[in-house]
Design a protein around this ligand. Structure first.
Ligand SMILES: [Mg+2]
Length: 370
């Protein structure tokens, strides 16, 4: 168990040692930690059902009822009526995320944050001079628990894909090692929709080809995969064999987060356009939540049938609280931009001007200053 990346050196280059750390039910666990009365109870952190909210994270008690993230909150309550619903407290989660990130950097600066509660670490060479990635992963789990009283699951392997598969195998608080030579046996039984990078639509297409598991997927040759899925087919060919050369990429936080949609036909339909702006707003709000970002500037982009493009922005004193409010602001901006007057080809909603770490840590201001 001590030397996960035990592949022979040389050949395609020395084997890497990659760790994937994934916090267990992050938002819900934080709330249960801070509010003892919630421990042992099904907790949902997410948007309210009245505002078409979705589950962002839920506790393991809620998962036992079939509740999962990205599920509409309304559906979650149908499955688990006694669930406690909490609005996400991003500032708090972000502060804890920063503590955890600090722990990673005690071992390596090759850290790639995937979201507020998930990251890849390349510890092939590390600040501790520790040869065993497994030992590092265990130490990180221990330190996270000491500093935050929260559990993390860890996966250790020779690349990002396998490390992520590994961290998911024994949640919560698991530590799983996949050696390169074991990769295929781990992947054989795995349903294709659980492969990182295979979305629901692709899984459905694979199912139509009678491909359900990693074992099935491995029976398809390169050219078949390329014919059906183009360039990403090659990626599938490789990952199902446990091969993934993607580097762990450190990167700065984004300056903005946005989504846009191109209509299948230019439209002036008020109802259709409103639904589109609202849907985009919810999607953007979910991306922000996943990354722990709070932004104060909303920008709407409209492209008209004649390809003329306008943008309208508004900056608020406080960050946009949720997808519902974002949708309202975006609709006002879109109206000012002339959304209902001329045929629309494309709509975009973007949030920027994020709170800095210093602003996130600033104590809450009292309403009146004397
Ligand atoms: Mg997680």
């Amino acid at each position: 168990m001590e030397s996960p990346a035990g592949a022979p050196e040389g050949g395609a280059g020395a084997a890497r040692k990659i760790i994937h750390i994934d916090m267990d039910a992050f938002f819900a666990s934080i709330e249960q930690r801070d509010r003892p009365e919630l421990r042992g109870r099904p907790v949902i952190v997410g948007g309210s059902p009245e505002h078409r909210g979705v589950v962002s994270t839920c506790s393991y008690e809620a998962r036992a009822f079939g509740v999962h993230s990205a599920m509409p909150t309304r559906t979650a309550f149908r499955l688990c009526p006694e669930a406690v619903l909490l609005h996400p407290d991003i500032k708090k989660y972000k502060r804890i995320s920063a503590v955890i990130r600090g722990i990673f950097h005690e071992y390596t600066d090759l850290v790639e944050p995937v979201s507020i509660d998930e990251a890849y670490l390349d510890v092939t060479v590390n600040k501790r001079g520790e040869r065993s990635a497994t030992r590092i992963a265990r130490e990180i789990q221990r330190e996270i628990f000491l500093k935050t009283r929260l559990t993390a699951s860890a996966g250790v392997s020779c690349n990002k894909f396998l490390a992520k598969v590994a961290s998911d195998l024994h949640k919560p608080a698991g530590l799983t090692v996949i050696r390169p030579e074991e990769a295929e046996s781990f992947l054989d039984a795995m349903p294709v929709e659980k492969f990182h990078g295979i979305g629901r639509a692709t899984a459905a297409r694979l199912l139509a080809m009678n491909v359900r598991t990693g074992h099935d997927l491995r029976q398809l040759d390169r050219s078949t995969l390329a014919a059906h899925f183009g360039k990403v087919g090659e990626f599938y060919y490789r990952i199902v064999r446990g091969v993934d050369d993607r580097p762990v990429e450190t990167g700065d936080e984004p300056k903005s987060v946005g989504k846009e949609i191109t209509l299948s036909a230019d439209s002036t339909d008020r109802r259709q356009l409103r639904i589109m702006v609202r849907t985009l707003s919810y999607k953007v709000a979910r991306l922000l939540l996943g990354r722990g970002l709070l932004g104060r500037t909303v920008t709407v982009k409209l492209r008209f049938g004649d390809f003329h493009t306008v943008t309208r922005s508004q900056s608020l004193p406080e960050p946009v609280p949720d997808g519902g409010r974002l949708g309202e602001i975006a609709l006002e901006l879109a109206e000012k931009g002339g959304m209902y007057q001329h045929p629309i080809r494309l709509v975009g909603v973007t949030v920027s001007n994020f709170l800095t770490p210093e602003e996130l840590n600033r104590p809450v201001q009292l309403e009146f200053d004397f």
